[in-house]
Design a protein around this ligand. Structure first.
Ligand SMILES: NC(=O)C1=CN([C@@H]2O[C@H](COP(=O)(O)OP(=O)(O)OC[C@H]3O[C@@H](n4cnc5c(N)ncnc54)[C@H](OP(=O)(O)O)[C@@H]3O)[C@@H](O)[C@H]2O)C=CC1
Ligand SMILES: CCCCCCCCCCCCCCCC(=O)[C@@H](N)CO
Length: 309
């Protein structure tokens, strides 16, 4: 029965010979995705702010993939005009990957409201600017090529569960979930599939930077999901995009998290739908165990702190 019910209908999004536009493609997960997509025969364009890093990334992608047609676009995703110009220059996109993101963890009380606004502007508003600028040409493209398009949005496991130190970051990533679910209704008629990617901590320059400021409790709680290499996250992300999956977990904890937070997200796979239906209760139990563990950790952390004061 589920096989008849799962929507949107399953689809395959080919990358070979198609135009893949990746923001944040000069570093970390974005660079790994751009390299993997180029290796699969896609024409890749990458966008970021810093041109020197973009040029270095282009050289690396071309060296690792043997392609010589990587496009680079220097723009700040907060600037809607600059984003529109970059997409104009890049030409019609088949697969848009909104991967850019910044993350500065801190307790809300101590965090500067400007830093909160900065994260939301880049992570959330930046994605709005990109999708708005790319959509018209993407729709024309899917009609012209009769091939499915994809809009992939890089969330995080912190976009599925809010944890200590991530009030601003989780808010910006949870917002992308609402964007993605609503957008999928709006673009399915044009054969465009939305994919949300949910990685755990991933070894990137961004994570290295984050570790300099991350509160101890954030380290402990985020550590519940282990860590991954950027190349492995990139592979999971591209596989999810190619199979037009709406929720793309990247590790085992992420798969559990995806079932626990399935909500009303679209599900194209009858098998996954079956697992979500039968696994929901069990995963909720697992979630309650994780929260028990996290609140116990927080409790003892503050008890110890009080004793030492
Ligand atoms: N690393 C991790 O632990 C995890 C990361 N993620 C998410 O993955 C994505 C990539 O993270 P990661 O690879 O670690 O990050 P990095 O810091 O390594 O790279 C971030 C990329 O985004 C670009 N970027 C940042 N701000 C802007 C902006 N305002 N306009 C345009 N480009 C921008 C950077 O280039 P430039 O500075 O030149 O603009 C860079 O290319 C983010 O969305 C992050 O939230 C999710 C889960 C885990
Ligand atoms: C139902 C059972 C649940 C399974 C366990 C779930 C554990 C989730 C812990 C939260 C991990 C948050 C990582 C954030 C990574 C990130 O985004 C930062 N590095 C900034 O980019």
């Amino acid at each position: 029965a589920l096989a008849l019910l799962t929507r949107p209908r399953a689809a395959r999004v080919p990358l070979k010979g198609r135009h893949v536009f990746i923001t944040g493609g000069s570093s970390g997960i974005g660079l790994a995705m751009a390299t993997a997509a180029a290796r699969e025969g896609a024409r890749v364009s990458i966008l970021a702010r810093n041109l020197a890093r973009l040029e270095d990334a282009r050289a690396a992608i071309q060296r690792d993939s043997g392609r010589d047609d990587v496009g680079v676009h220097a723009a700040d995703v907060r600037d809607a005009g600059a984003v529109a110009r970059a997409l104009q220059e890049a030409g019609p996109v088949d697969v848009l990957v909104c991967n850019h993101g910044v993350f500065v963890p801190q307790e809300l009380e101590g965090q500067d409201v400007d830093e909160i606004k900065w994260m939301v502007d880049i992570n959330l508003m930046g994605s709005f600017h990109l999708i708005k600028a790319a959509l018209p040409a993407m729709k024309a493209r899917t009609r012209e090529t009769r091939l499915p398009g994809s809009i992939a949005i890089m969330s995080s496991q912190a976009g599925q569960v809010g944890i200590y130190g991530y009030t601003a970051y989780s808010a910006s990533k949870f917002a992308l979930r609402g964007l993605g679910e609503a957008l999928q209704h709006e673009v399915i008629a044009d054969n465009i599939h939305v994919s949300l990617i949910f990685p755990p901590d991933t070894e990137t320059p961004g994570l290295e930077e984050e570790h300099k400021r991350r509160p101890e409790l954030t380290n402990i709680i985020a550590g519940s999901s282990g860590g991954m290499k950027a190349d492995d996250v990139a592979k999971k992300a591209l596989d999810g995009i190619k199979s037009a999956k709406f929720i793309v977990p990247c590790n085992f904890e992420g798969a559990m998290l995806a079932v626990a937070t399935a909500g009303l997200s679209p599900q194209s796979s009858p098998l996954m739908a079956f697992l979500e239906v039968v696994g929901a209760g069990l995963m909720r139990f697992a979630a309650i165990c994780f929260q028990w563990n996290w609140f116990s950790t927080i409790e003892s952390y503050y008890a110890k702190k009080k004793k030492s004061e």
